[in-house]
Design a protein around this ligand. Structure first.
Ligand code: FRU
Length: 493
């Protein structure tokens, strides 16, 4: 019973039992959002990698389905993607429904190759292609293909990683079976020291840009990320059907420690038009989190866009300087708001004062919208998931001008020495204010800053005895204002 498990996410996807890592094969087909994921059917730590499976009609409520693609003959099914083969380019169609085709990395026999599997029944059963592998360059670190249909050139394009070389390779195919190399990108950016994994490449609208779009290439690296351990970076630029060219410096995807290997959904109908992704809510460094009989959850699905901001990268030369990736929780999550109220927080200074009633949040997960007015104070913010000498603090620090999440006293931090910490995201103060949207679940917090301009995603493992929300301000000039609390329902009812 998920409702009784104190650390079980109530509105973030988690496997029923056992270990999970990267999201895989995200695809929308016939009214269903599919979520496949790296899964160990045999235990609660990494191994026997196979594809687990779940579906949702609304990106909020998930239904667990049987294992989709198992490890077989010593070949593990590593990360990859799914597409709907509308034109039957692969010949895998049976009947009139287009086939779903998974393109994934086969790991075994000392190398990594790209394989296909297909489904003719909405992803319920899968057949491995008899002609596997479809791409083999005799390389032990060649993985995580992401494929999309490129309309202008009428062909499939794959981005896939040469992990150790920190290079993304682009391939093209007419039929998903025969691939030829187009170009390479990297090494580049901030992450040149560790493995490159799980690339994604897509076009995004610029907010207020009257139809202007740019391309984003995202890559993840096993270590050395902004908050420590694994994390992602992205490049903004152009894609001409053959080559991706970055036009600005790489930027961090998320400033917390627990957002890895995000990939975006394929085949979301054009009438919807959103680009939505989800990430593994974990960090390889501290991945053995204290939960059982399952381990790991996903972030909430996030809608993506680009926003032009003034800043360091706005050099003025190329007009695509200074774009940031904006992430917002998908609007479907708002259906979980069972009760909303505004919270009066005036006059808060130090020490922090409780602004929720005793018992109001026991067993409850919530969303909080708030505005911080730093004034001249050193810091201003909130504490959530409080307990005896226990809290997770979210605030704004004037020096260095950053929003932070401090989880050093968040509960169980002792399970790994690198877990306790404080993670900062640079934040603009606009008209004297920084706006925050917090999504708090039983063992996680996601902080969306200034309408998604930066995000901090962190797991927390509170003991959860008497959770309240508290506010604080460094001096009388600072304020926490316009605070709305939304108590959220569990998706597992
Ligand atoms: C990323 C990753 C991928 C690989 C998968 C294996 O987290 O290392 O590169 O395909 O996990 O489970």
């Amino acid at each position: 019973d998920y409702l009784r498990e104190p650390l079980r996410p109530q509105y973030h996807f988690s496997p029923e039992i056992n270990w999970m890592n990267d999201p895989n094969g995200l695809v929308f087909h016939d009214g269903e959002y599919h979520l496949f994921y790296q899964y160990n059917p045999a235990g609660n730590s990494w191994g026997h990698m196979s594809w687990g499976h779940a579906v949702s009609a609304d990106l909020t409520h998930w239904q667990h389905l049987p294992l989709a693609i198992p490890e077989a003959d010593g070949i593990m099914a590593f990360s990859g993607c799914c597409v709907v083969d509308h034109h039957n380019s692969s010949g895998f169609r049976r009947g009139d429904q287009p086939a779903m085709v998974a393109i994934y990395t086969g790991h075994g026999n000392g190398k990594q190759v790209q394989n296909l599997a297909y489904s003719n029944d909405n992803g319920r059963t899968w057949t491995k292609y008899a002609g596997n592998p479809v791409l083999d360059i005799d390389n032990p670190d060649f993985r995580d293909p992401k494929v999309f249909w490129h309309e202008a050139t009428g062909r499939w394009v794959m981005v896939v990683s040469l992990a150790k070389e920190k290079v993304v390779v682009l391939y093209a195919s007419k039929n998903l079976k025969d691939w030829s190399e187009l170009s390479r990108f990297g090494p580049a950016g901030v992450a040149q020291k560790s493995n490159w994994e799980c690339p994604d490449l897509f076009e995004l609208p610029v907010e207020g840009g009257e139809g202007k779009t740019l391309w984003v290439l995202e890559v993840d690296m096993g270590s050395g990320s902004v908050a420590g351990g694994s994390g992602g970076e992205y490049f903004v630029g152009h894609f001409d059907g053959t080559r991706f060219t970055a036009t600005q410096e790489a930027k961090w995807v998320d400033f917390g420690r627990d957002f890895y290997a995000p990939v975006s959904w394929s085949d979301i109908p054009q009438s919807d038009g959103r680009r939505i992704w989800i990430g593994w809510f974990n960090n390889w460094q501290t991945c053995l989190v204290p939960t059982s009989p399952w381990r790991s959850c996903m972030s909430v699905p996030r809608t993506l866009s680009l926003r032009k901001t003034p800043g360091r990268d706005d050099s003025g030369g190329d007009d695509s300087g200074g774009y940031v990736l904006v992430q917002r929780p998908v609007k479907e999550l708002q259906q979980l708001r069972v009760h909303s109220r505004s919270i009066q927080t005036h006059g808060a200074t130090w020490p922090p004062v409780a602004v929720t009633k005793p018992g109001e949040l026991t067993d409850r997960v919530f969303e909080l919208e708030t505005t911080l007015k730093p004034g001249t104070a050193r810091s201003v913010g909130l504490r959530i998931r409080t307990g005896d000498d226990e809290f997770t603090e979210v605030g704004y620090d004037r020096e260095p001008g950053a929003v932070y999440v401090d989880r050093r006293k968040s509960g169980n931090v002792a399970f790994h020495q690198a877990f306790a910490g404080r993670h900062e995201a640079p934040a603009r103060v606009l008209d004297g204010e920084v706006s925050l949207r917090l999504l708090v679940d039983r063992s996680s917090i996601e902080v969306f800053i200034n309408d998604g301009e930066a995000v901090i995603s962190d797991r927390i493992f509170p003991s959860g005895q008497k959770p309240t929300i508290e506010v604080f301000a460094g001096d009388e000039s600072a304020q926490v204002t316009a605070t709305t609390l939304h108590v959220l329902d569990s998706i597992w009812h």
